[in-house]
Design a protein around this ligand. Sequence first.
Ligand SMILES: C[S@@+](CC[C@H](N)C(=O)[O-])C[C@H]1O[C@@H](n2cnc3c(N)ncnc32)[C@H](O)[C@@H]1O
Length: 257
Amino acid sequence: MPEYVWQHDLKGERHRLRLMSDLLDPSSRFHLLRTGVTTGWRCLEIGAGNGSLSQWLAQRVGPAGHVIATDIRTDLMEGIAGGNLDVRQFDVVHDERPGAPYDLIAIRALLHHLPERRAVVTKMARWLKPGGWLFIQEPDFYPTWTVEPPSQKHLWETFIQWAATHHIDFYVGRKIPAWLQTEGLLDISSEGHAILYNGGSAFAQWWDCGIREVADKLQSEGGVSQATLDELFTLYRDPTYWTTTIAFTVTIAHSPT
Ligand SMILES: C[S@@+](CC[C@H](N)C(=O)[O-])C[C@H]1O[C@@H](n2cnc3c(N)ncnc32)[C@H](O)[C@@H]1O
């Protein structure tokens, strides 16, 4: 089984996932509200990381509802369980459905890492109650095609190719609506949101962190030079450098009633 690359115990990973929550939670919440999630719903989050979205969902569904926040590693969710929020160690590839069918299943920024991503979508669709909603937020790296200068565009191309050797699909976002259609889900809506950011911004810090964590591998396995990495780290501190490297797609759909 391929190893998940950005392990929680990498230096900086806790900080990177905190930045990720701060950056993505507002758009995730916006789209989760479009499912109608409300009092009394039973929700499951898969690969919850630090659990920020599950905590919000738990508030949203109230004491009559229930949320299970799951991850293969629950260390970043210590202390958040209680009331209507459970934290559970769980591997979405190999484990069976945790608990009864759900009104809402949410997964963010995990499918692209899983070689079994298509089969996982089938599993999640089957774990829904009739009429239950699936929420999937995943990256699509098409903005990297426009990166400047050329040395940095080449770095991102190499990054994506290197990631593919670790079974990571950085273009998965666009594939999800068709997969949900094949699963028989209804009212599918999907949109991508490309982020433009400048050096010094929270998004630049997030990338700085994420690239540093795998810099050794990028050099030894991807052939990226130290000079190109240093150029990125310098640009990502420069507030006059604006770039776009990632879009997040959000796809929601529900099972037939
Ligand atoms: C990129 S992080 C995203 C965390 C969170 N969903 C977010 O968006 O902030 C991916 C998470 O998925 C977890 N993960 C990796 N493989 C998994 C698996 N097979 N089953 C469940 N969780 C997994 C990792 O431990 C990590 O916390």
